[in-house]
Design a protein around this ligand. Structure first.
Ligand code: NDP
Length: 313
């Protein structure tokens, strides 16, 4: 049998956490190998403008920023490869990791930066109209809704961001918000509340979608279960989900401690998991902050901790 490739520091994922870990690990001579995962560049490649990453006073597009981070990691010698981790055995060191179901590598340290994936409501109609009006990424698909009517589900920062992006293209954007208030930051709330094309439907949930050859509208319910409950339809061409994310931790669940929502648990203030030599950084281990800058910071910590683990045990 072919011998597995031996790696000192394996980094899984290519968002801000993965690339920052790569920059630090390569500068520390750990010869890191980074597998990019399902979405090279991570979630930021589906964001429009990043306004809150320090060092970009005029903002920067998500794709441009991830491109710069990739170049910076490559400059110091990170071996960046396409590939998805499909299996692992973290029961003993060196750790066995399978890529794309076929290639095996043996890693002395593993830094998991697999991020998180958009959630859906779980309505059968979401599957029925997937790619035919249902999307979880306005930046990816908003172009198809120029001068049309759209709806965004959610009341957090992501939903506001998606709604504002769509408002730049579409004629009308509804925000379907299940509570009586938005959860988003003050600045984002003000922007959506003051936008002439955005109408916020508070206390409202989605029952289903309808349409012949794609989404033509949504069945909604306001004040569900209350005396003033009301059912009504809106005419829309695009239905966008922005209701949060699920951490991409499934492949590691047999070995690592996860919280009740699937986030990898780390020792407070570090990126150490319950397995010595395995570290987790970025959104896969962060139910609280989920920012590009915090992901980058934990990627840095993970690389420093991996270096210390390799030299001091
Ligand atoms: P959040 O968890 O903050 O918000 C999710 C929203 O979706 C909430 O309004 C929630 O409602 C709603 N929701 C959840 N489940 C359902 C459901 N089944 N049906 C209807 N509505 C539902 O997620 P975000 O992705 O918006 O943000 C995640 C983190 O990333 C936050 O910390 C945010 O600040 C940050 N972020 C920052 C940005 C920026 O600074 N520019 C941009 C994007 C994200 P409810 O409030 O009722 O729970």
């Amino acid at each position: 049998m072919k011998e597995a490739e031996k790696i000192k520091c394996l980094i899984i994922g290519s968002g801000p956490a993965g690339y920052t870990a790569a920059i630090y690990a390569s500068r520390a001579n750990l010869s890191p190998v980074l597998y990019e995962g399902i979405q090279p560049g991570g979630q930021l490649t589906t964001t429009s403008e990043i306004e809150n990453f320090p060092g970009y006073p005029d903002g920067i597009s998500g794709i441009a920023m991830m491109d710069e981070l990739k170049k910076q990691a490559a400059r110091f010698g990170t071996d960046i490869r396409p590939g998805i981790v499909t299996g692992c055995d973290l029961s003993q060191s060196p750790f066995q990791v399978t890529i794309d179901g076929k290639k095996s590598v043996e890693a002395k340290t593993v830094i998991i930066c697999t991020g998180a994936t958009a959630k859906y409501l779980g309505l059968p109609d979401e599957n029925k109209y997937m790619g035919m009006g249902v999307s979880a990424c306005a930046v990816c698909d908003g172009f198809f809704y120029r001068k049309k009517n759209t709806a965004v589900v959610g009341g957090g920062d992501s939903a506001c961001e998606e709604a504002l992006y769509l408002a730049g293209l579409a004629d009308k954007v509804y925000m379907i918000v299940r509570k009586s208030y938005l959860r988003a930051s003050q600045v984002m709330q003000e922007r959506v509340l003051n936008h002439p094309k955005i109408e916020i439907l508070f206390n409202t949930n989605t029952l289903g979608l309808f349409g012949e050859n794609g989404v033509e509208g949504a069945h909604l319910i306001r004040f569900a279960g209350e005396p003033n409950e009301e059912r009504f339809d809106i005419a829309i061409d695009g239905f966008f989900l922005a209701i949060g994310h699920k951490p991409n931790s499934d492949v590691f669940k047999d070995y690592l401690d996860l919280d009740e929502n699937g986030y990898i648990q780390t020792v407070w203030g570090t990126t150490k998991t319950n397995v010595a030599g395995v570290f987790a950084a970025g959104d896969v281990a962060d139910p609280h902050y989920r920012q590009a800058v915090t992901a980058a910071a934990t990627g840095c910590i993970a690389a420093i901790e991996a270096e210390r683990f390799l030299t001091r045990g």
